[in-house]
Design a protein around this ligand. Structure first.
Ligand code: ZN
Ligand code: ZN
Length: 354
């Protein structure tokens, strides 16, 4: 991690600051390994420190080798003291992780100029280490396992909430510390809502059922979606499912080092648009996954980030027809030197509940 810290410090220096105050909880965990819920990271030329309170001192000492653990009463005063003690003239802060209230208070309390920064640690987090990829792989495997377990439960009469609960229960029983987000189980017309909340609607013949879920393993998230059909497929069911599957397989195959998030998104978007369903695919193709369920980079028309080995992203095209239903298929994939490795292993042919 020390190479990472060196890189971050040199970026901070380029911006004209001599110290960096990290207030994002996720970035704090990423940099130090500390999983507690309160603390601030201080990185300067002479000090790499985690500032936290009495409740977490022993935990921090165990989790953060190589970091100085400073017990504090009040965070603002503690940072102000470090600024003075080290003669810091300008301090970098994470603009997205400081409230307006905090910022105004810091302006009064700090003797240094405050430099607002954006995404310094998030950018480093885009490239996963082999250890991080292994944790994401485990989280993906648990989600695959859960899906296999709940398949026999899918039948007319069960509710979205029952299946959502089974998915969560099965993942936690298999070793996940929690869900990476509340599972989406959306059936029938509601499957046309990309982020439907599960409710008491019962599965019925003719329903597409979209299930989007994932779990957390040692801090790292997984994310997958499968769509199944209850009862005999109609021609329209088959057309939409096959279209989304083709868009998913071809855009997955386009994931490799050197292409941009926008280019991969275009592969799926063009296939769906050429089939006449462009207006029904209204979200980005995918997103980075790591300590957070949504992180950089995005696979979307707005993201020009060039993919590099070690990035982990989802590929999740969908077609949503209001009043009829929707299909989404999502895999988790890691960019490798030679192309990609798909971390989700669940089959993708249309599963029909007879
Ligand atoms: Zn998802
Ligand atoms: Zn996703």
């Amino acid at each position: 991690m020390s190479k990472t810290i060196e890189g971050i410090l040199s970026r901070v220096r380029e911006l004209g600051a001599q110290a960096f105050v990290v207030t994002s909880p996720v970035n704090r965990r990423y940099l130090t390994g500390f999983t507690g819920s309160a603390g601030t990271v201080w990185i300067s030329e002479s000090k790499r420190a985690l500032l936290t309170d009495f409740r977490y001192i022993e935990q921090a000492k165990g989790q953060c080798p190589g970091w100085e653990i400073i017990e504090i009463d009040e965070m603002e005063q503690a940072i102000a003291r470090l600024i003075s003690a080290e003669g810091v003239k300008a301090v970098a802060i994470e603009a997205s992780h400081v409230t307006v209230h905090q910022f105004k208070s810091w302006q009064k309390a700090f003797s240094a100029e405050i430099i607002e920064t954006e995404g310094i640690v998030e950018k480093v987090r885009m490239i996963k280490t082999p250890d991080e990829i292994e944790k994401i792989r485990r989280a993906a495997a648990i989600a695959d396992h859960a899906f296999a377990q709940i398949l026999p439960l899918l039948r007319p009469g069960v509710t979205e909430l029952e299946i959502a609960l089974e998915l969560e229960f099965t993942m936690r029983k298999a070793g996940a510390s929690g869900v990476s987000f509340r599972p989406i189980v959306a059936t029938g017309e509601r499957s046309a809502l990309p982020h439907a909340e599960p409710g008491n609607r019962v599965f019925a013949n003719g329903d597409f059922v979209v299930m989007d879920f994932g779990c957390v393993f040692e801090g790292y998230c997984s994310d997958m979606t499968r769509t199944v059909l209850i009862g005999e497929p109609t021609e329209e069911h088959m057309v939409i499912y096959d279209l989304v599957l083709r868009a998913q397989l071809e855009s997955l195959a386009a994931v490799k080092p050197g292409v941009t998030g926008r280019q991969v998104d275009s592969v799926a978007r063009d296939i769906i648009a050429d089939a006449g369903y462009g207006q029904y695919f209204g979200h980005g193709l995918g997103h980075g996954v790591g300590l957070e369920i949504h992180e950089r980079p995005r696979l979307s028309q707005k993201d020009e980030t060039v993919l590099e080995p070690g990035m982990v992203v989802t590929v999740e095209p969908g077609v949503y027809l209001p009043g009829f239903g929707g299909v989404r298929i999502e895999d988790l994939v890691v960019v490798t030197e030679s192309g990609r490795e798909i971390l989700s292993s669940t089959f993708k042919e249309l599963y029909v509940v007879e």
